[in-house]
Ligand binder design. Structure first.
Ligand code: AMP
Length: 211
């Protein structure tokens, strides 16, 4: 299955991508994680993206598509994948259509006010990028990643002023993609406010899988 997760930053795409990976056994590909990885390795590409990411703006379509092409050529993507945070522009969506046939675009809808509240409590593992929330999705040990034991932190672009910029970029550049997939008959929408488990149940229903 080739699945796209759509939704504002903080809608819960990463958390639901993990859930779907566990259910369907296909990898999730987060372009945000691919970019942060490139940045942390100090590659030339990483230096180019640093400024855009830190300001909450989008990185160029060409760079993102280059990273996606590299990632999907790896053997674990043969049975499909979940895209988290990609495509984010109409140009990326059109480019993806030329690379593969998308099976479904699942839109996790969450109102902006809920997002802003949520992002304040988000904690991220700097090592493996797993995300938590201090109230709704806490780690087993406070401040420590369940998966790799690293100390959790707040991503630079989760600061309130950057979150507002990311939401505005989302509404301008990414939201039109919802209609793009709707017109193709590929869109499913689930409500993403409320508890993680409730959203996972809706996601499972949309995908036709047992919880
Ligand atoms: P995310 O982890 O998905 O919230 O992404 C964090 C940041 O990475 C975004 O604010 C953008 O600066 C950049 N980014 C991630 N995915 C894309 C994409 N598909 N196109 C352009 N920029 C992206």
């Amino acid at each position: 299955m080739r699945l796209i997760l759509l939704g504002a930053p903080g809608a819960g795409k990463g958390t639901q991508a993990e859930f779907i990976t566990a259910k369907l056994g296909i990898p999730s590909i987060s372009t945000g994680n691919l970019l942060r990885n490139a940045m942390s390795h100090g590659t030339e590409l990483g230096n180019q993206v640093k400024e855009a990411m830190e300001g909450g703006h989008l990185v160029s379509d060409e760079l993102v598509l280059q990273l996606v092409r590299e990632r999907i050529s790896q053997p674990d993507c043969q049975k499909g994948m979940i895209f988290d945070g990609f495509p984010r522009t109409l140009a990326q969506a059109e480019a993806l259509d030329k690379i593969m046939k998308v099976d479904m675009a699942l839109f996790i809808h969450v109102d902006d006010e809920v997002i802003i509240k949520r992002m304040g409590g988000r904690r991220t593992c700097p090592e493996c990028q797993t995300t938590y929330h201090v109230e709704s999705h806490p780690p087993k040990r406070e401040g420590i990643c369940d998966k790799c034991g690293a100390k959790l932190g707040v991503r630079d672009d989760d600061r309130p002023e950057v979150v507002r910029e990311r939401l505005s970029v989302y509404h301008k550049q990414t939201e039109p993609i919802v209609n793009y997939y709707k017109n193709k008959g590929l869109l499913r929408t689930v409500e993403g406010a409320g508890a993680v488990e409730e959203t996972s149940a809706r996601v499972a229903e949309a995908l036709g899988v047992q919880i």
